[in-house]
Design a protein around this ligand. Structure first.
Ligand code: NAD
Length: 438
């Protein structure tokens, strides 16, 4: 799993040689740790157009000190008031002189507004921010990320801004995230316990005996959740080890079982706040060589069981109001991948599920539905990929490296945060801005 190239380019001779040869220059990313909970430096707040957002108090609550023009760990450009091409000139005028000041592993966060269907000039200008953000993400380098958040209410987006302006979002770049209005007007957005925002909440993570699922369970437990580690009976030893370490419980169950939803509901009589559909399998073959059982098994684990258990737990009322569902898609479900017609179909199905169910689940059950879409993540699954394809997968993104399971876990923890109730129906790629499907 070790990325030897990343280590090599971290040395002076490695940097010199790879630069001379024109090879990718991945920067060692700064990730969250108890010793390093915040970005290393201050924040600049810039504006283009006439903004109606009440942003300053929200940025002040992030605790990141204001930065001068010379050096900043984060630049937030509020472009939500840009309504025409002239307004876009202000985007250039604001960011052009500021980009150089952003430190390695720093953040550029562009804030936009939803597209106005009644004003095509506003829609053109706001859509332009998307192309701008994605292009800047591809050229900025040095481990810096660039994301766009479309919002109308700054306080409803507080948890999202905090996440994107922290080391927790190290591998999230080139994303466009829409934040709606608060789930319940007047409801407090900040969790009572800032350090452990999921205190008192129960989270079930499928496929949590290892890999990404294990990291998700660990991160949700760090944030205070009581975790239920679900995995197949064959993974009992690992599932119990993870559950014991996190002070949670193991639930040994094949998620494709017809009664999986009923058994989860039975195991959780006090209900569930967060359901993370992480279990997934691959059975790769080109379609010409793919027997039906390979097709069926992937669609069953990755999609049908997600639909079935979500339906069952919503219907049974096991998923509590104020809770959420986080499903796992993949960039293969967005870009497609040779040899993965079954997997790509199953993961694209997750995107469809999220888009359709999210508004209804929120209206009828008070539950948000979102997905993470990992790119190349360093796990046992990707360590088994042949060397050449593995190297291509690792480098073909704006950060020129694979992500870590914790990157997907931190994104899930942000979606699970009690202050993220206005984030609904989003598919957030954790892919370092993969060039595939970008
Ligand atoms: P992994 O193979 O390491 O872990 C998957 C876990 O799911 C295992 O513990 C397995 O026992 C469990 N599982 C499989 N079938 C199950 C079933 N029927 N019932 C219950 N549990 C079951 O995989 P990973 O790399 O950690 O991936 C986790 C998720 O992320 C998957 O949905 C995968 O498709 C997705 N993903 C991974 C990557 C990556 O680069 N690793 C990229 C994109 C998407």
């Amino acid at each position: 799993m070790a990325d030897r190239y990343l280590r090599f380019t971290g040395t002076a001779p490695g940097r010199l040689l790879t630069r001379r040869l024109g090879l990718p220059q991945p920067a060692a990313l700064t990730r969250w740790s108890p010793e390093r909970p915040a970005l290393d430096g201050g924040l600049r707040h810039l504006t283009a157009g006439r903004s109606a957002l009440d942003l300053a108090p929200v940025l002040a609550r992030t605790g990141i000190a204001p930065a001068g023009p010379d050096r900043s760990a984060a630049v937030v450009l509020d472009a939500s008031g840009v309504r025409d091409v002239e307004g876009l000139a202000e985007v250039h005028a604001a960011l052009h002189p500021a980009i150089r000041s952003v430190t390695p592993s720093g953040r550029v966060l562009v804030l936009g507004a939803p597209l106005d269907p009644a004003d095509h000039h506003q829609a053109a200008a706001q859509q332009a921010l998307e192309g701008f953000t994605r292009s800047l993400g591809k050229e900025i380098g040095r481990g810096r990320t660039v994301n766009l958040v479309r919002l109308t209410d700054a306080s409803a987006a507080e948890s999202t801004l905090r996440f994107l302006l922290s080391p927790k979002s190290a591998y999230v770049s080139g994303q466009v995230i829409e934040v709606g209005t608060p789930q319940e007007p007047g409801a407090p957005q900040a969790a009572p316990d800032v350090g452990r925002p999921l205190t008192g909440r129960t989270a079930l993570v499928t496929g949590a005996a290892r890999g990404i699922g294990e990291a998700v369970a660990e991160t949700l437990a760090r944030d205070g959740a009581r975790v239920v580690v679900l995995d197949v009976p064959g993974a009992e030893q690992d599932a119990r080890r993870v559950a014991d370490r996190l002070g949670g419980t193991a639930l040994l169950l094949d998620i494709t079982a017809a009664d999986a939803g009923a058994r989860i509901a039975e195991a959780l009589p006090d209900g569930l706040d967060l359901l993370v559909h992480n279990a997934g399998i691959t059975r790769d073959r080109r379609l010409v060589n793919m027997p039906a059982e390979r097709w069926i098994s992937v669609l069953e684990v990755n999609l049908a069981s997600v639909l079935r258990t979500t339906d069952a737990l919503l219907k049974a009322g096991t998923l509590k109001r104020g809770g959420g569902v986080v499903a796992t898609a993949s960039i293969a479900g967005i870009a497609g991948n040779a040899g993965q017609t079954n997997y790509g179909a199953s993961k694209a199905g997750i995107v469809g599920l999220v888009r359709s169910l999210a508004p209804r689940a929120l209206a009828e059950h008070g539950v948000t539905v979102n997905a993470v879409a990992p790119g190349f993540i360093e796990t046992r699954m990707t360590a088994a990929v042949p060397l050449f394809i593995r190297e291509a997968g690792r480098r073909m993104n704006s950060l020129a490296q694979g992500g870590l399971p914790v990157d997907v876990a931190e994104t899930t923890a942000w979606l699970a945060h009690p202050g993220s109730g206005a984030v609904n129906g989003q598919v957030v790629r954790v892919c370092g801005q993969s060039l595939l499907g970008a």
